[in-house]
Design a protein around this ligand. Structure first.
Ligand SMILES: [Mn+2]
Length: 318
């Protein structure tokens, strides 16, 4: 890991494209906005392009409206990929040829170390934490708006300071960000307490599908993708529901199954005893020990059966 190379590549070039993964979360949006702020403070020309729009609950972040979902024309000198273990995760084509230099900043375990400069630290709680460290290393002074962006990135990737990646180091960083002007209550309210009425109805629909398996060690909930449109809700309204699947006493793995007629996506969660990242990777997905995801090209019933079989095999549960 070399901050100097990152500094040299940023200082020595003029036109930057920043992108991050599909279905962006607080860390992907936050790290993009913070790094973009830094580049613009150096007088660089910056475009932030994502396949998917900024979730409404993150629109409060300063300059979130800078992020476009229209394919930018370029040309670019440097392509900055944030919070994405590989360029495929960005969900759009042409990532190979979009710019001659590629920077990869990430904290995912399955990062392929692509790019000309990769800053990949799997001990970091969030990509936002790596940007924070870069700013600290470089002595960058940033405004409260940027502190709030970094705080939100870390808050969301630690599940509101509740996941196993929450530790003294992370909390000290967040204390520093609060001292620099991040409004913690505002970040909480926007991210966790700003449901739309239709969004809450969608959540009640998901709750109603709750089931236990393996003597309550596994908990599942289901989301028919069609219900989103039916209720006039949005995909983002279901966010965080996967986390609630692992909140029962005695439940070690939780999963939310989002399904269409031909495809089922699993959001896997663990209480820390079982590495769900490994389970997800075994079926072509990815993620961390406590939060991971994967997709099967199967309808709900066969996909659920297949996953129960896999979990039974991996854990020895009956
Ligand atoms: Mn992240």
């Amino acid at each position: 890991m070399t901050w100097a190379k990152l500094r040299d590549l940023t200082e020595g070039n003029a036109r930057f494209l920043i992108s991050s993964h599909v279905n962006p979360d607080g860390d992907s949006i936050g790290s993009q906005l913070a790094f973009s702020w830094y580049l613009r403070s150096l007088g660089k020309k910056v475009t932030i392009y994502n396949r998917d729009a900024v979730p409404t609950k993150l629109a409060f972040l300063h300059d979130a409206d800078m992020i476009t979902t229209s394919r930018p024309p370029g040309p670019f000198d440097v392509f900055v990929v944030l919070d994405s273990s590989n360029p495929h995760r960005l969900g759009w084509k042409g990532t190979d040829s979009i710019a001659p230099i590629v920077i990869n900043i990430d904290h995912h375990r399955d990062n392929t170390l692509f790019g000309d400069c990769h800053i990949v630290n799997t001990n970091a709680a969030a990509t936002g934490e790596l940007i924070y460290r870069f700013f600290a290393e470089e002595g960058v002074a940033y405004p409260p708006t940027v502190a709030e962006i970094l705080y939100t990135a870390i808050m969301t990737d630690t599940g509101g300071f509740r996941f196993a990646n929450t530790n003294g180091h992370v909390l000290r960083i967040c204390a520093d960000l609060a001292d620099r002007g991040a409004d913690c209550a505002r970040a909480y309210r926007n991210v966790y307490a700003s449901h739309s009425p239709n969004g809450l109805l969608l959540r009640s629909r998901i709750w109603s599908t709750l089931q236990f398996h393996f003597d309550t060690r596994l908990c599942t909930m289901e989301l028919p993708v069609a219900a989103i449109e039916q209720l006039g809700a949005s995909y983002g309204d279901a966010e965080g529901m996967a986390d609630t699947t692992v909140t029962a006493v005695g439940t070690e793995i939780g999963m939310l199954l989002k399904y269409t007629e031909s495809e089922t996506h699993f959001s896997l969660r663990s209480n820390g005893t079982i590495d769900v990242g490994k389970i997800a990777r075994d079926v072509g997905g990815g993620g961390h020990e406590c939060a991971a995801g994967c997709t099967m090209p199967l309808a709900l019933e066969p996909a659920r059966r297949s996953m129960l079989e896999i979990i039974g095999r991996v854990t020895g549960w009956r």
